[in-house]
Write a protein that binds this ligand. Structure first.
Ligand code: PLP
Length: 401
């Protein structure tokens, strides 16, 4: 009875697979198992103290009321300054907006622009939420499969071939979740050259992992090709750069007509992002990213340790990622193997389930990112816990025949 009361649009959307893995991990933990979650896209570092303190100061100063829907004037200025200083993008106050995470801004951008049947081009492996957001907006996802041999990067010919007169958006994500691929300026230019030829196409640059890179330079489409600025929405946020996932602050810069539409949707749904988080976000954006070098060093060590462990396991392999904090592991060599109790590993989902059941380590199967035969391991967890997880994975894999 109850599900019969759900709206039809709920048939188009699945719960986030990464949130589902986290729920399973929590349920196993409650049942008394010692489970390690390498499925969550979240840094384990605390939010830097000076940023957290700004939130506390805001509470004590009574900054606990509604603000302007797209964020306070001070936060907007901090966003404008960030885009100008770090990305060479110049926006006015009417061209930027803050929301409750990059996720909300991407969702609202699609809701504001996609008509039934409009196509949205997404390069696979993709962030799990993109296709479901497109589906909720009644659009059609057009997946372009990228390949390990190309460093998981979208190739300009493949992009060109996917564009039709119904294409409304192309979503680009560098550094990428789940592969960690970072586009060089030349690679990005090859894509923006294609996009220049298609006036009707909007570009969404999801730059949320901008600061999580291992030495490689960052670029964003509107910076590489300023002639695309008038049809590009550049989305970023504080979740990954400042370890502020729970504060829920994302922001975007783009053409005024689009930012106005995002503001209308936000005004009729969630209103302003939390006033307390906004105060912290101003300090985060204005305060520089000096602490990030230390984070990157620690993350690079963790990445290398997990990679070394993967290399010891027959049947698994992985490329060295250039950014983000994930390994996208090829597990095709595990398919067809048998577990100690005689079950056959039929695919990447079975393999991830096996690791959860036997090793008690949560990971996410590649199919969730549109690319079967792989497994995503998030390594932004404490060193000791990570070593234990690697040990468990190695032991569980050794038991497969
Ligand atoms: C590629 C990508 N985009 C956007 C987001 C959303 O980030 P936020 O916490 O700002 O909503 C995530 C979060 O995991 C992500 O991986």
């Amino acid at each position: 009875m109850s599900t019969a009361l759900l709206a039809q649009r709920m048939r188009r959307v699945r719960p986030s697979p990464t949130a589902e893995i986290s729920d399973k991990v929590r349920a196993l933990t409650v049942a008394g198992h010692s489970v390690i979650n390498l499925g969550e896209g979240e840094l384990d570092f605390p939010t830097p103290a000076h940023i957290a303190q700004a939130g506390i100061v805001a509470i004590n100063a009574g900054e606990t009321k509604y603000t302007a829907v797209p964020g306070s004037a001070r936060l907007k200025q901090a966003i404008i300054d960030k885009f100008s200083r770090e990305n060479g993008l110049n926006f006015t106050a009417g061209e930027v907006i803050a929301g409750a995470g990059a996720k909300q801004l991407i969702f609202n951008a699609l809701m504001a622009t996609v008509n039934p049947g409009d196509e949205v081009i997404i390069a696979a492996p993709y962030w799990v939420s993109y296709p479901d957001m497109v589906a909720l907006a009644e659009g059609e996802t057009r997946v372009v499969q990228c390949h390990e041999g190309d460093g998981w990067k979208l190739q300009p010919e493949a992009l060109e071939a996917a564009i039709t007169e119904r294409t409304r958006w192309v979503l680009l994500n560098s550094p990428s979740n789940p592969t960690g691929a970072v586009y060089s300026e030349t690679e990005m230019k090859a894509l923006t050259d294609v996009l220049l030829r298609h006036e009707q196409v909007l570009i969404l640059a999801d730059d949320i992992y901008e600061h999580t890179r291992y030495g490689k330079a960052f670029c964003t489409p509107a910076q590489v090709e300023p002639r695309l600025l008038h049809r590009t929405l550049t989305v970023n946020g504080l979740s990954k750069a400042f370890s502020m996932t729970g504060w829920r602050i994302g922001y975007a810069g783009g053409p005024k007509w689009l930012v106005d539409a995002l503001q209308v949707l936000q005004s009729q749904s969630t209103s302003n992002p939390s006033s307390i988080s906004q105060a912290a976000a101003i300090v985060a954006l204005d305060g520089g990213t000096g602490f990030i070098d230390d984070w990157i060093e620690r993350l690079a060590c963790r990445r290398d340790r997990v990679l070394a462990s993967i290399e010891r396991i027959v049947g698994l392999s992985c490329q060295l990622p250039e950014g983000a904090f994930y390994l996208f592991v090829n597990c095709q060599g595990m398919v067809g193997k048998q577990t100690a109790d005689g079950r056959v590993i039929a695919d990447d989902f079975d393999f991830a389930s096996y690791l959860l059941d036997v090793a008690k380590v949560g990971t996410v199967h590649g199919s969730a990112f549109g690319t079967p035969g792989y497994l995503r391991i998030a390594y932004a967890v404490d060193d000791r816990v990570l070593d234990e997880a690697c040990q468990r994975i190695e032991t569980a894999c050794a038991q497969l025949r």
